[in-house]
Write a protein that binds this ligand. Structure first.
Ligand SMILES: Nc1ncnc2c1ncn2[C@@H]1O[C@H](COP(=O)(O)OP(=O)(O)OP(=O)(O)O)[C@@H](O)[C@H]1O
Ligand SMILES: [Mg+2]
Length: 366
């Protein structure tokens, strides 16, 4: 393009052929380098883009300044799920955002935009949420259709077992057991589709966290140590308390399952107030999301091959996982105008949820 040479080594071939729009951003938030995919996305050359504030060139529907500061401070990569990104001249594209520190130069960040895969795979120009919805709609329909014949199969196996020797009965037991497992899975799929719109009211985040913690401690999380690190002055949020509890429960469950050791691990439930966290609504108006909840575990971290897609439905890194837990979390949080992100390295995985305040006149309701 020109004789311009970046003042630091960039692995040229990979950088140039990377199909995803990628930018290097310095400590002041200025673009240092844009790969050809980013030049195409932004409709401008690296030369023009260099030195411009990245957030002027890209309108990103997420609290980017805060996210970049966090990546610099922790020197750990951050994935942000499901955000609208636009260069101002085109319709917003729904992307997963990857922000990573450059380890040899801690002030510089690598920002990669990855347009949502599911929508791509479906080959339609629809947002990921719509794509996910239709994938789930299809799964829901299938779930309903499969449940009926399954009941027949299981009933027939039970009848058959009555005239069998105990040795052969093992087989029919297996049929009954496995059908039960499939039915359970299908019910989960149906539950996802049936999620009602949230009944929002002034809600105490700590109450929802406590309900989730108690439920975890008597069940799937009994092998874990759960530590509370609460800001007791946290004002109420504007949420459906049951759905909020479901969100925390799913996150604590994942953390418990990730520990993968009989002696368990530690889960920290942290809440804090942060006024600096603002995001842009779709209509461009700013919205504050000052109420923050983090569910942090000391397990092995997200499996690298699915780390960017864990919020997609049916993406699972566990043998018996359905991959619906985080998709449900993501849907509920987005229904609440909130924001979710995950930061994960071996030994520390933190899911952070940021929520809005209850309207002033409703806060005394609780
Ligand atoms: N705290 C965590 N630590 C490590 N990996 C995690 C963590 N949370 C989620 N994951 C990974 O993300 C995947 C997707 O999680 P999700 O909750 O959506 O589905 P699942 O747990 O596999 O199935 P389900 O929740 O439907 O039973 C998990 O299978 C796991 O590989
Ligand atoms: Mg799960």
């Amino acid at each position: 393009m020109s004789a311009y040479r970046p003042p630091y080594p960039v692995p040229g071939v990979i950088w140039a052929s990377l199909p995803l729009p990628s930018l290097l951003v310095n400590e002041a938030g200025l673009i240092l380098e844009a790969n050809p995919a980013a030049e195409a996305f932004l409709n401008a050359s690296t030369r023009v883009l260099t030195g411009q504030p990245v957030l002027d060139r890209l309108a990103i529907d997420a609290p980017m300044e805060e996210a970049m500061a966090r990546v610099r401070a922790n020197q750990a990569a951050l994935n942000i799920n499901d955000v609208d990104v636009t260069s101002g001249e085109r319709a917003p594209v729904q992307c997963t955002l990857h922000l990573a520190p450059m380890h040899d130069n801690p002030g510089i960040l690598l920002l990669i935009l990855s347009p949502r895969e599911l929508a791509d795979r479906l080959g339609r120009s629809m947002g990921a949420k719509t794509a996910a919805k239709s994938a789930i709609g299809m799964a829901e329909m299938l779930a309903h259709e499969i449940k009926n014949p399954l009941a027949g199969i299981s009933g027939a196996a039970q009848l058959l077992s009555m005239s069998l020797s105990s040795e052969d009965r093992e087989m029919t037991d297996l049929i009954v057991e496995e059908t039960r497992r499939i039915v359970k899975l299908l019910e989960q799929v149906e539950q996802f589709g049936n999620l009602r719109p949230p009944d929002r009211r002034a809600a105490n985040i700590h109450d929802a966290l406590d309900r989730a913690r108690r439920s975890a401690m008597v069940g799937f999380g009994s092998h874990m140590t759960i530590v509370e690190d609460y800001d007791p002055s946290l004002p109420p949020t504007w949420a459906d308390p049951d759905q909020l509890m479901q969100v925390f429960l799913n996150l604590i469950k994942n953390a418990s399952e990730a520990a993968g050791r009989p002696d368990g691990g530690t889960i920290r439930l942290r809440t804090f107030y942060d006024v600096s966290l603002r995001m842009r609504r779709k209509d461009g108006t700013p919205a504050a999301l000052p109420l923050n909840v983090e569910i942090i575990d000391d397990g092995p971290g997200l499996p690298p091959d699915i780390a960017g897609d864990v919020f997609e439905p049916f993406v699972s890194g566990r043998e018996n996982g359905t991959g619906l837990g985080l998709a449900l979390v993501s849907k509920i949080i987005s229904d609440h105008d909130g924001w979710i992100s995950v930061e994960s390295v071996p030994g520390r995985t933190a899911f952070r949820i940021s929520l809005p305040l209850a309207p002033k006149d409703k806060r005394k309701d609780i």
